[in-house]
Ligand binder design. Structure first.
Ligand SMILES: [Zn+2]
Length: 114
């Protein structure tokens, strides 16, 4: 491994995330665990994907007063966490359909921003 690509890969593998359940996660395994771990869903919420975060940043990134963009993201992720916990408790482990996911994110963000 050499050069920038190698350095980036090493840096990526070192990204470490301590889940609320006590597991230590690295790299791209982290997100899939965080989206299905009931402890994480309850305590931190369901992590948004990068594209949706960018869309929220476009809409709320210039806010200077509370709730800020970062607070809105946290509120949305917690709201999604609740939705996913309820689905799992009903035995439904499927992801939200894309349209429903998108609409839910914007509804939660608008509620958070009020
Ligand atoms: Zn976990």
């Amino acid at each position: 491994m050499s050069g920038m690509a190698g350095a980036r890969r090493v840096a990526y593998q070192k990204i470490r995330h301590d889940c609320a359940c006590g597991r230590v996660l690295r790299g791209n395994l982290a997100t899939s665990h965080l989206r299905t771990c009931e402890t994480n869903l309850r305590e931190s919420g369901w992590p948004l994907d990068a594209g949706m975060k960018d869309a929220l940043l476009n809409e709320y990134g210039s806010r200077r007063q509370a709730p800020t963009y970062a607070q809105i993201v946290r509120t949305v992720e917690r709201g999604l966490g609740q939705i996913y916990l309820e689905r799992r408790q009903r035995g439904d482990k499927t992801p939200l359909p894309w349209i429903e996911y998108r609409d839910t994110v914007w509804r939660l963000a608008e509620e958070a921003a009020q």
